[in-house]
Design a protein around this ligand. Structure first.
Ligand SMILES: [Zn+2]
Length: 252
């Protein structure tokens, strides 16, 4: 059994014997995304982005520097989306909805891009956008827009739909409420921890991911906890024990 299989939830969508190859491919896109292909995406509120950068921390969840209270969302990145599209249909393709006079993809007035995504012969529209970042390489924004449009169009096929709906719900929580004020702390809740049996079942696969440096314990904890079950302190310590210590003494 591969690592990915071990991490897959049990709810694989069943195929009917009469399904065509195209239908099989389209159904495959709707299967739950393996945890190894899910990444944490920092979603800072405006007050956090505007806060004093000297107080920011190096985050072990996403690997970037940001305010210590930044919330992360689970998302499937451009490369992982491409892998899942290929798994469903080796011939998948995309094209811009419009071209400019030079024959290049036509970005709209705000820099966004509409695309057509074709998988298993079925075409659906998607839209991507991205903010311009200072110090970014030339063309980096355009590449991000294309990746965003692909992820958006793939969502119309059902790819990672549960993650998108959680992200949308999260946006409604007022994380980025534009008032510039820190959100009030959430009310205390009774905690139901991640079940010990599930932990035991996944531990071997996680140990492999951590010791190979593919994932940090924080990334695995994030993915598990984003499904609503916090890990116990003991479970977190056990995950951390698989970090391979290098000769210099720093964990990789
Ligand atoms: Zn982070």
């Amino acid at each position: 059994m591969s690592t990915e299989d071990a991490l897959l939830p049990g709810s694989i969508i069943e195929l009917h014997p009469k399904d065509t190859a195209a239908q099989a491919g389209l159904k495959k896109l709707r299967e739950p995304v393996p945890d190894v292909l899910v990444s944490p995406l920092p979603k800072p509120a405006k007050w956090q982005t505007d806060s004093d950068k000297a107080t920011w921390v190096h985050c072990r969840v996403c690997g970037t520097k940001h305010h210590s209270q930044v919330v992360h969302l689970s998302y499937v990145g451009h490369a992982a989306t491409t892998k899942l599209l290929l798994d469903a249909d080796l011939m998948w393709d995309w094209a811009p909805l419009a071209y400019d006079d030079a024959g290049l993809p036509k970005f709209d007035a705000t820099g966004g891009l509409w695309i057509k995504l074709t998988v298993c012969g079925k075409t659906r529209l998607g839209y991507g956008n991205a903010d311009k970042k200072n110090n970014a390489d030339a063309g980096a924004r355009e590449k991000e827009v294309i990746g965003d449009a692909l992820r958006n169009a793939a969502m119309r096929f059902g790819l990672a739909l549960d993650l998108w709906s959680k992200a949308d719900l999260h946006a409604d929580d007022g994380v980025e409420d534009g008032t510039g004020a820190p959100p009030p702390p959430p009310p205390p809740k009774t905690v139901e921890h991640y079940h010990a049996d599930d932990f035991k079942k996944n531990l071997a696969a996680w140990a492999k991911l951590i010791s190979s440096g593919t994932k940090t314990p924080e990334q695995i904890i994030f993915t598990v906890e984003s499904k609503g079950r916090p890990m116990t302190q003991d479970q977190k310590i056990e995950l951390a024990s698989f970090i391979k210590v290098t000769n210099t003494g720093s964990a990789s």
